[in-house]
Design a protein around this ligand. Structure first.
Ligand code: PAZ
Length: 366
């Protein structure tokens, strides 16, 4: 972040304040910010007087656009399963839920029938009178899900707001957290979104689609270009003719995304309950990174998970408490006198080895 371009009229108190001031000054607010903030305010104002607890659940991955008119972007793996599932549990527990999710990622209730798991058409058939009927074997679960969904809608308990880019996410996260401030500890921020760590700052972002060849530049590779100079910028397209457009190497230079959890904890929603997630791939560092995050940001809970086992186990890291692993049972077939029964797998206090996991998805959720 360049300090020259930051607003001189705001004097930051801390490095975190300066990072916030610079980021939100240098990056443009998303077009939908006002609309989404207005919807969130209305939702909070509706529930706060009734003393209902409100949770902001963030879910899914943020993108990092490489061009202003975006053709290409960097994405991550998150489908929004954790966020959408957790939102359902919060609704069942009586919370009003603001579900801030990556556009087109999984959503509470509809996730059971969405693109990421099964095609919803596979659950349906045509009835004798031409109506659409749920297949017999799915009816009871579908009815249950439908009732819960309709009940949440009827009581205005679920507000879904989409984001796409890291910038959309940061602007709306700040705005909603600040709107939740008056809720005090009745406002819970549950940050399960997979947020990009790197981005292209606006001053380095090109307007148009990045070109992969030099076809729009001079047609021919200039004769005086040495082989070495040429190789720096181009790859051979298996045809060394200078009239053939040459492929260009793309080097992406990313800045770190400022970590705003400190700002959220200290300034945006200082009395709120704040739960963050930490994802790692290396089991050796997960708990240490979660503890580091807790020490650094001083919030209430970090939930750690590993990419390969995240649907089976998470670890809770909270101040002044020992780390607690929470696992869904791994069902194992066991022979008993009455036949084959399911049995709960063993539970330890160390991360599971992905090799020991049964195939497919767990039958329960965490
Ligand atoms: O969306 P999903 O269910 O596939 O994954 C959930 C998750 C791993 C993104 C979430 O549990 C999480 O850890 N979020 C924070 C990621 C991070 O460290 O930024």
């Amino acid at each position: 972040m360049s300090s020259q371009s930051s607003r001189p009229d705001l004097i930051p108190q801390t490095t975190a304040d300066a990072a916030e001031r610079d980021y939100f000054f240098e990056n443009p607010p998303p077009p939908a910010l006002e609309k989404h903030s207005g919807q969130a305010k209305e939702f909070i104002d509706f529930h706060a007087p009734a003393g209902r607890r409100v949770v902001l659940v963030t879910s899914g991955g943020t993108t990092v656009p490489l061009e202003r008119q975006t053709v290409r972007f960097i994405d991550n793996f998150s489908a929004g399963t954790r966020g959408a599932t957790s939102a359902e549990y919060f609704l069942e527990a009586g919370y009003a839920v603001i579900f801030l999710h990556r556009q087109f990622s999984l959503q509470p209730y509809s996730r059971h029938y969405s693109h990421a798991t099964d095609c919803f058409l596979d659950f349906l058939h045509e009835g004798p009178d031409g109506s659409i009927v749920a297949n017999e074997e799915y009816q009871s679960k579908m009815l249950e899900v439908l009732r819960r969904y309709n009940s949440a809608k009827k009581q205005n308990l679920l507000l879904t707001l989409p984001f796409t880019t890291i910038n959309d996410y940061l602007f709306v996260l700040r705005s909603i957290s600040q709107l939740m401030r008056p809720l005090g500890p009745d406002g819970l921020l549950y940050l399960a979104a997979a947020v990009s760590d790197f981005f292209v700052p606006p001053e380095r972002m090109v307007e148009h689609k990045i070109q992969s060849t030099n076809a729009t530049e001079t047609q021919a590779v200039p004769e005086q270009t040495t082989k070495e100079q040429n190789e720096e910028e181009t790859f051979d397209n298996f045809d060394s003719s200078p009239t053939v457009p040459r492929s260009k190497r793309l080097i992406v230079d990313l800045d770190p995304v400022p970590k705003f959890l400190k700002n959220l904890v200290d300034g945006w929603a200082p009395e709120g309950m704040i739960v963050s997630f930490k994802l790692e791939t290396d089991p050796e560092i997960l708990v240490r990174k979660a503890q580091y995050s807790l020490d650094r940001y001083q919030h209430h809970l970090v939930i750690g998970n590993l990419l390969s086992t995240r649907k089976w186990e998470v670890v809770f890291v909270a101040p002044n408490q020992s780390d607690t692993w929470i696992r869904v049972p791994r069902r194992r077939k066991k022979m008993t006198s009455s036949g084959i029964e399911n049995m709960v797998g063993e539970l330890g206090d160390k991360p599971l080895d992905p090799k020991d996991l049964p195939e497919g998805e767990p039958e329960m959720e965490i």
